[in-house]
Design a protein around this ligand. Structure first.
Ligand code: C2E
Ligand code: MG
Ligand code: MG
Ligand code: MG
Length: 276
């Protein structure tokens, strides 16, 4: 930009910054009350097996209905919850809510897993294992119906401690997935060391594969790696029939994405289970 506009741009930039910061401070302040005020809720996105035509899971995704600012996406408030440590109580509520819902579904005769996203601070918290155990016993959920989604960032840190925690989760019978696989700038060396059940191919790669050979190559490389390691794979962000065909041609039958369904309210997710 020209020198003449420099000063002007600078103040526009400043205004933008301060309005972003004001919003952030507002959200941070209000997040403390969000749970008590029942402003948080979960939506569920079906995970399908395209070979058997069944629903194999429902991923729980948190939403915040702010009384004034409206719906706040998790990408915006989960980082705030992490910075303020609120993630510990919010995360426990999310797990409790998702497990209760899955218990109701299993009582209705639906056999599938509920996927719950974990954030780093939550996983690294001292009481994490006790918290999970206590939620499972309170909700009466079969541990093998719980699928915990970890990011590569979690998997990479504190190798020894992470390995022990993962082993403990496996002993309880809990299923473990690595979310957004391939986007975490992490080493692959941890993969054979950890007791993992599944990799979730990041939606970025699925979308990249629509128009690039490189995208396709990344997906087939992940599938081949997982197959060698004996780990399952699910593709996320699947939006088109062409993507499903491509994945099937490479023996990937687990998919999640808008093609089958957007995330649904608990009630709509229950109806969805009834139609498949
Ligand atoms: P994620 O766990 O990778 O979740 C997948 C995201 O992709 C969700 O966004 C989902 O709505 C979206 N998605 C699903 N299908 C498609 C599709 O076909 N196309 C496209 N473009 N997007 C699709 P959402 O719900 O906004 O969540 C964003 C992220 O926020 C999640 O990514 C996860 O990292 C985090 N998050 C959500 N809920 C929770 C939670 O309960 N706890 C924690 N710690 N993080 C959460
Ligand atoms: Mg996830
Ligand atoms: Mg993901
Ligand atoms: Mg993501």
């Amino acid at each position: 930009h020209s020198k003449n506009n420099g000063k002007n741009n600078y103040s526009v930039y400043n205004d933008e910054m301060s309005s972003k910061m004001r919003r952030r401070l507002r959200l941070e302040k209000d997040l403390y009350q969000a749970l008590q005020h029942n402003e948080l809720f979960l939506v569920y996105q079906p995970q399908m097996d395209t070979n058997r035509h069944t629903v194999i899971g429902m991923e729980a995704l948190v939403r915040w209905r702010h009384p004034v600012l409206g719906l706040i996406p998790p990408d915006e408030f989960i980082p705030i919850a992490e910075d303020t440590n609120l993630i510990v109580t919010i995360g426990e509520w999310i797990l409790q809510e998702a497990c209760s819902q899955m218990t109701r579904w299993s009582e209705m005769g639906y056999v599938l897993k509920v996927g719950v996203n974990l954030s780093t601070k939550q996983f690294n918290h001292d009481n994490f294992l006790e918290m999970v155990t206590s939620v499972l016993s309170k909700t009466g959920l079969r541990p093998d119906l719980l699928d915990l989604e970890l990011t590569e960032r979690i998997a990479m840190a504190n190798e020894e401690e992470t390995l022990n925690k993962l082993k403990n989760l496996k002993e309880l019978g809990i299923h473990i997935s690595i979310d957004d696989f391939g986007t975490g700038y992490s080493s692959l060396a941890y993969l054979p060391l950890y007791p993992l059940d599944r990799l979730k191919i990041a939606k970025e790669f699925i979308h990249m594969a629509d128009h690039s050979e490189e995208g396709k190559a990344i997906i087939t490389a992940i599938l081949s790696l997982a197959s060698t390691l004996g780990i399952c794979v699910i593709a996320e962000g699947v939006e088109t029939y062409e993507q499903i065909v491509f994945l099937q041609e490479h023996n990937c039958y687990q998919v999640q994405g808008y093609y089958f369904s957007r995330p649904l309210s608990a009630q709509d997710a229950t109806a969805f289970l009834g139609t498949v």
